[in-house]
Design a protein around this ligand. Structure first.
Ligand code: SF4
Length: 370
């Protein structure tokens, strides 16, 4: 605890902040503009908003959000399929709470529940397995949404269902893996980003190596980052140093949690049950090798196969710019609907719904900043 508190000490933060500002001036002089750094993790987005870091650093650098919120990047087609599942009379859909209010084409899961669909919020995939055991007359479907951090826990829950030969449990897998979408992001010639704040939780599973291409192929620095203000400031400092040195690297600034090689056990259980497939991301379209589908031998537990879902018909809601936001093209305030037609009470897009969504974070912590 003593060690963790050190990462929150105001005095250290102030001193480092002053050094970051000095360095950012030197970088701005070099670039002819302020540097732009992107965080690719919803928890970072919230931490940067909540602690006021974006505001403190504005004028010296821009901190921009990318595709780091798993609920937000879930494709509109997947949302429609989930809603179709909720409409099947014998199905109980189980999900993390953030998914409930994501607007679909005509309704959200919450609205479907109000119309009589069986939709239940769970705190872990293991709860969904327990529910299937307790209610053998219902088909229990767990909506798998999340990155490399979440997929291993879903795999463990599935292993229990397989062990118990539960015939009434299945998973709708919309899991995603992060490095492939970062490659697509970096291939965008209009992407104006000078470095990345990498997701500490995801890297705790993957390790550093899957992100090395950011420096190796695209010549940009990136730092694996923790979630305290000092973690984020330290990473920004490292990014600035690397820009000045002209030697971009992918480094680990979160060594108290992230091992160089990540978590082999978590990857092993994930790979036992899931295989990489092409997947659709909101704002990006199909990204090769970026999704996780149940392996063929576990096909019986795949809700999309079990319920023969038809191809979804969907449109993104009029005016919704979540896709542009997730690709780093705009900030929440640049969406004309922000805090007007789109609010947490009446969300138009998922970025205003999820607790890790950039629009929700800006709305809660930054909407009164100039
Ligand atoms: S304000 Fe609403 S519609 Fe606009 S980008 Fe944010 S969530 Fe999407």
């Amino acid at each position: 605890m003593k060690r963790l508190n050190r990462w929150r000490e105001a005095d250290i933060n102030r001193k480092l902040l002053a050094r970051v500002i000095v360095l950012s001036r030197a970088v701005a002089e070099r670039l002819g503009r302020v540097p732009v750094f992107m965080e690719v993790c919803g928890t970072h987005t919230v931490a940067i908003s909540r602690t006021g870091l974006r505001n403190l650093l504005s004028g010296h650098m821009e901190l921009r959000s990318g595709p780091g919120c798993p609920v937000c990047v879930t494709d509109a087609g997947d949302i429609e399929q989930m809603i179709m599942l909720a409409r099947v009379p014998e199905v109980t859909v189980t999900t993390f709470g953030d998914m409930m209010r994501v607007p679909g084409h005509a309704a959200s899961l919450e609205e479907e529940r109000a119309r009589g669909a069986q939709v239940q919020v769970v705190y872990s995939p293991a709860d969904a397995v327990e529910l299937a055991e307790a209610q053998p007359d219902r088909q229990v479907v767990f909506l798998g949404v999340g990155f490399e951090t979440t997929a291993p826990t879903v795999a463990v829950a599935l292993s229990r269902a397989v062990e118990k030969k539960l015939p009434n449990f299945s998973i709708y897998s919309a899991h995603k893996i992060v490095p492939p979408v970062m490659r697509v992001l970096l291939q965008d010639p209009d992407l104006a980003v000078d470095g990345f704040i990498l997701p500490g939780h995801v890297c705790a599973v993957t390790g550093r190596a899957p992100f090395d291409f950011i420096a190796g192929e695209f010549g940009l620095p990136a730092v694996i980052t923790g979630f305290e203000p000092l973690d984020i400031l330290s990473s920004v400092y490292r990014l600035l140093e690397q820009i000045l040195s002209g030697e971009p690297l992918v480094t680990n600034g979160y060594t108290r949690v992230v091992r160089e090689t990540g978590n082999r056990e978590a990857r092993a259980v994930m790979n036992r049950y899931f295989k990489p497939v092409d997947a659709s991301w909101r704002g990006f379209g199909t990204v090769p090798g970026s999704g996780l589908q149940l392996r063929d031998r576990f096909r019986d537990y795949d809700a999309a196969c079990r319920f023969h879902l038809p191809a979804p018909v969907y449109t993104v809601r009029a005016g919704c710019r979540c896709g542009d936001l997730l690709r780093g093209k705009i900030t929440p305030r640049q969406c004309p609907l922000f805090a007007a037609a789109c609010t947490p009470a009446r969300p138009v897009g998922p970025c205003m719904v999820s607790s890790e969504g950039a629009c929700a974070a800006y709305y809660q912590y930054e909407r009164n900043n100039s």
